[in-house]
Structure formats: C-alpha cells, structure tokens
Design a protein. Sequence first.
Length: 301
Amino acid sequence: MKTKILYTHALSPLHAGTGQGIGVIDLPIAREKATGLPFLPGSSVKGSLRDVCDDKEKQKNLFGPEKNNADLHAGSVQFSDQRLLLLPVRSLKGTFAWVTSPYILNRFVRDARDADANSLIKTVPTPLSNEEVQECFVIDKNKLEMKDDKGNLKVYLEDLDLTVSGDKTKAQAWADVFANEIFTGDWQSFFKERFCIVPDDVLNFLLDTATEITARISINPETKTAEDGQLWYEEALPCETVLFGLALAVKIGKETVRVEPEVALKEISNLIAKPVQFGGKATVGRGLCRLTFSKANGGAI
C-alpha cells in the first residue's frame, strides 16, 4: 500500500452537506460529531474524481466497477475524509487570516507520520499543545497585527481581539511548511503574511461564526414572485478554506490488482491537474476546488 497526503483548497464556497438540518440552518455542512470540525467526506472525493475520469476502463480499475457490478472487485485507490486544516477568517487588517489551532496541527503531524512522509516529518515543527497557545501566533512580517490604544499588538478576527505572542518562530516554522506544501509563486508569501495559530477554544468559536450562511429562495416562473414556503438557509465553507486527508493506493492480491500503487497515484495526479467540483450546489458555483498532493514522498503502510 502506498499513501500520500492530499490537500483540497476551496476556490469557491464549498457545501459538503449532511441533508436536512435540525437548527436554524436548513442545509448545514458536514461536521465531525465529537470535534465539530468541518470535513469533506471521502465518498465525495472518490465520486467526483470518478466523474472527472473519462476513460471507462481506467475509471473501473482506479475506483471500482459501477454499482451493478460493484461486487466484482474493489478499486485501487481509497480516500479518507478531507478534514479542516486552514479556515479563512475575516480580519480587521490584512483582509482575512488563514487560521488553525494546536489540535489541528497535531492531527496533521499524526497523519504525516501515518503516511510515512519522511521528508515532510523532518520539516514540521514540534507539535504545539493548547497550553502553549494562550495568545495567537503570527510570523514576524505579517499583515494581521495592529496596535491598540495602549500600544499592545493585537489581531482582530471577526469580533475577537487576540493578543499577539512575542514568539514569532512557532508561526514562522508552520507557515513555511504549509506555504511550500500547498501554494506556489507569490501565493506563498501572501499566505505566510496571513497565517495565524489560535487556541482550540477560539477556533471552536470561529467555526460557529466564520462559515458562510446564504439565504436562498425559489421563484415561481409564472408570477416571478417567491414560491410559498421556499425560503431556506444553507451553510458553506468559505472560499480559501484548506482541507487535508490521505489517498491510499492498495494492492489487494494477485487476482484483484488492477493498477500498481505507484501508477494509481500517478493517474490521480493527472486527474487533479485541473480544479474539481465537490459537494452540492454546483450550478450556482459552489465547490470548485484545487487539489494537490504533498510534495513529500508517501511510503508504504
């Protein structure tokens, strides 16, 4: 089995829904039960990439046969859920910040180790604990911090004012890793200037306030007025959100091997060379995403 870390960068709001909501939001996004963190189901990743693949034989070998023949053999590639890595949050200065927290960073390190991404593991900093992160961390030359009336450095995210830590090395080390892994060209410096690590509790608050809520309504084509009872609210992850997960290429056995693991991952690389649409509401521009594999070499598990 060969595995690689896969990043999903939302180029438009991403609605990976869970069906009917039970609160004020009629169509909420998918969230992990225990942590409340948003995620994109692995089934959505697999299904969208299957649709992108035009070669029917290659499609069957990589992703498995169609439903009617699903019991013939498994596909050669498996996808984990894509879980939140960086959440874009409105900032008083610098327009917005890419925000993460100690728990997310620790989970990223764990998955990097599981993927046997040795060259990446060597570059990631020592995982942070939530006790260490009582203030927010930004790099030395950032676009987010500003002085308050007393001359203290602050970062203002949504309705929160956060004190900036004097230690700029922690954020710098992580910013360098993600800039190299996910972005290219001028976007690397653009990202670093807006990267911010906040406590887990602060991120939990932002997850409830920083997602995108849109009011939608259905219009009667005859009268050009609103249909009765057809107002609803739907939630989406904002544009610039970054998720991560694992792609695994498996060798099941001599009789069921369709594509060698190295070849399978190469084929997936070709499929994600252009943006891919995920989740619902595609006809109104939702879910256009850029996918990239980690630059680190994945290993055998």
